[in-house]
Design a protein around this ligand. Sequence first.
Ligand code: GDP
Ligand code: MG
Length: 597
Amino acid sequence: TDLAHIRNFSIVAHIDHGKSTLADRLIQSTNTVAERDMKEQLLDAMDIERERGITIKANTVRIDYIARNGEAYVLNLIDTPGHVDFAYEVSRSMRAVEGSLLVVDSTQGVEAQTLANVYQAIDADHEIVPVLNKIDLPAADCDRVAEQIEDVIGIDASEAVQVSAKTGIGIEDTLEAIVHRLPAPQGDRDQPLKAMLVDSWYDPYLGVVVLVRIMDGVLKKGDQIKMMQTGAKYGVDRIGVFRPAMTKVDELGPGEIGFITASIKQVRDTKVGDTITHEKKGAEKPLPGFAPSQPVVFCGLFPVDSAEFEDLRDAIEKLALNDASFSYEMETSAALGFGFRCGFLGLLHLEVIRDRIEREYDIELITTAPSVIYHVYMKDGAMTELHNPADMPDPSTVDHLEEPRIKATILVPDEFLGDVLKLCQDRRGIQLDLTYAGSRAMVVYDLPLNEVVFDFYDRLKSVTKGYASFDYQITDYREDNLVKMQVLVNDEPVDALSTMVHRDRAEMRGRAMCEKLKELIPRHMFKIPIQAAIGGKVIARETLSALRKDVTAKCYGGDATRKKKLLEKQKAGKKKMRQFGKVDIPQEAFISALKMD
Ligand code: GDP
Ligand code: MG
């Protein structure tokens, strides 16, 4: 296809504003998919994505559209992940296209994710077409929302397209806007090949599939290619486009988006953002701005049943093959035995991987408290990264600690503002900005990532009854008074419950943890002290009193089957516990103990 008849775009939106539905409608109205193959949320392929209603990996579709002017266009839609955990992947996908549809729910207005995503689009120099969705609903208020888009984001919304992705109103107008308002890609067939590696994943039939956007040059089947950042070389064995089913083509030229396979063994060998060129007569300089995505949140994953350690290793290795941003290394915990310390892009990423291990591999897991990466500066001047509070060096050898900080943007209806400010204040936040967008306040806070990573979002949702929206980016590392807090159960330290806390908040956190654990740990035949300590000094303490009767005592001696049943129940319950010294701690305690209400 000639460049003038190609349009590449993405759709940016806050969750639930209708991105997937609009994509479905664009695909359907252009007969890209036969009616009988059409299903909802066509681009959201993974089960977990469907269940949680979120799009995790970028998905792509090529749409043929005959415009009102009679000319045939090729429209390439890259659907991007909507969640902040995957911000790096969003920014890569954005650089692979020239324009964006900004979908805003006309009954709701601009939200924090709308802002975060649209700023990424603006950063990538996109032309942006505002689309006001859900105009079929009585509460739709297009004028107000258009005004808000202009006020808050500062882009012209006077010609926003009014759409109902549900009923199909305005879909053709959207397609026309894509053709006439978004720019055609640029590129030169005669230059050396430069293709951006936008995404990659493992396909059970094809092996590793790489999504590419050709900038310059032409990519053909059989070509010998080279990844410019990793230096790896491959022969291209398949080349194609997504309609959205994979369809073979002979070549991909400038401006085109498609996939290749090249006998690449694992997804880890492909780095999102890398530049692909020909091995011979290749490009000299890679595309700018390559920085691999780094895990920011770490936690331990341990099998509940220690006999399943090898199965867990197998599961983790398989998942890692398909997810380059997930890292892992073996870990031994005095309390939990053998397991893995794993790195994730954020909490959602963590939850998705944990769910998949439990569901797809049927392994019950103990997940330890998520932790961010601290920079530990030693007295001798060396700096080490701390991924696990259990590894904290002897404090007498440490000069100071630095922690990652974020800039958080929260949009919230006025009535909840007070609660949100209090929450941010409680989490050691520093207010940077407070402005209004209609009846909603936009607050910007500087916060420590470790105060956010755990349950901030849950708390925010609960204090605002779900009306707040939230987004963040990591800004820098800064020094603060941070200490390692240990928890001792029955006088034994439980390393899996160690956390890094701010010194000023340690007592409060310690007390809350001990109280929680007292509720979560079942009573035993003996008294159990539960303590929080910093460097050997106890700062909080609770005591779990002893159990008097055993569980079968109430069976009046007679009913043997009932007695047996109860014992079986006990045994099944036991499997979900881990023994620490003489104490059984239930699996959910490791996460629940850290939640603050
Ligand atoms: P996404 O999270 O942005 O991908 O949003 P979805 O496409 O999954 O849509 C979220 C919800 O809004 C779903 O229940 C859709 O059926 C609904 N929805 C999407 N577009 C419209 C629309 O134009 N009108 C109405 N009434 N509902 C819509
Ligand atoms: Mg969606």
